[in-house]
Design a protein around this ligand. Structure first.
Ligand SMILES: C[S@@+](CC[C@H](N)C(=O)[O-])C[C@H]1O[C@@H](n2cnc3c(N)ncnc32)[C@H](O)[C@@H]1O
Length: 250
């Protein structure tokens, strides 16, 4: 069902460049607020489309690794073509929910002892290279990660309960095994147009804290509107981009 909806409608709806720049600034501010090196972080666009956000993030040099995950084969291949010269990025043609589940799944034997966690942090600070493969089970559990999620399921016909289950399951996968900080930068559709899909309770029940909410015209609806008029647009008509944060050690 997802594949069909994505095929029919979902793919070519790309974040506007102005919004992407605003969101990139917000991500940079959040990372710097944590007082750590840019280099430690991984960026993952869940539903990357043709790769506009991953491309911008690669240019920003904010991240050690950049991953785009896209279910639609055509869009995914286009993103792969666009990013083929960028060494730090990987485009994975996969269902994003499966990708996250896999990236945070640790078998009992993989669950590290406290010593192993401390060693990993020390190694990372000393700049030792930890082997990287975005498809390896548990790959993101030990890495500081920023996820970008621009309403991937907007065109599907899941019921609100099904959407709730999917998004809560995704965040629960992260929260269950994250050993490092996680940010989820979530761009929901304006509420008047489509009900919110990843409910705030899914975040808060999984120990995420809302760090900021900014206006970024992700859909480009207000592209031609002057800033002083944009400022007057009521909250329910705006694209509020939410930045949620999980700090398992803080
Ligand atoms: C609104 S677009 C966002 C594109 C891109 N992130 C950007 O900002 O330009 C949402 C994307 O999510 C993809 N998508 C939908 N369901 C997905 C799933 N289950 N797994 C991976 N990608 C999915 C769609 O194919 C679409 O390309």
């Amino acid at each position: 069902m997802i594949e069909e909806a994505v095929k029919n409608e979902g793919v070519w709806f790309t974040s506007g460049p102005e919004a992407l720049a605003t969101i990139a600034d917000e991500i940079r501010a959040r990372i710097h607020e944590r007082g750590t090196d840019n280099d430690d972080w991984t960026f993952v666009d869940l539903g990357c489309g043709k790769g506009s956000m991953v491309q911008l993030m690669a240019k920003s040099q904010m991240f050690q690794h950049i991953v785009g995950v896209e279910l639609d084969q055509d869009a995914c291949q286009e993103a792969q073509r666009m990013m083929e010269d960028t060494k730090t990025s990987d485009i994975v043609c996969s269902d994003l929910f499966e990708f996250v589940h896999n990236a945070y799944s640790l078998s009992e034997s993989q669950k590290p002892s406290l010593d192993a966690i401390v060693n990993a942090i020390v190694n990372a600070h000393q700049g030792h290279d930890i082997p990287w493969n975005p498809n390896m089970p548990g790959e993101l559990a030990g890495r500081k990660t920023v996820f970008y999620m621009y309403e991937p399921l907007w065109s599907t016909d899941f019921t609100p309960e099904e959407l709730h289950q999917k998004y809560c399951g995704l965040l629960a996968d992260m929260a269950a095994n994250a050993q490092q900080e996680v940010f989820v930068v979530y761009a929901p559709f304006a509420k008047y147009f489509k009900p919110q899909q990843a409910d705030p309770e899914c975040f808060t029940d999984n120990r995420f804290v809302l760090r900021s909410e900014i206006f970024a015209d992700v859909d480009g609806y207000f592209a031609a509107v002057p800033q002083n008029v944009k400022d007057l647009i009521p909250a329910e008509m705006r694209n509020g981009v939410q930045v949620w944060h999980l700090d398992p050690i803080g």
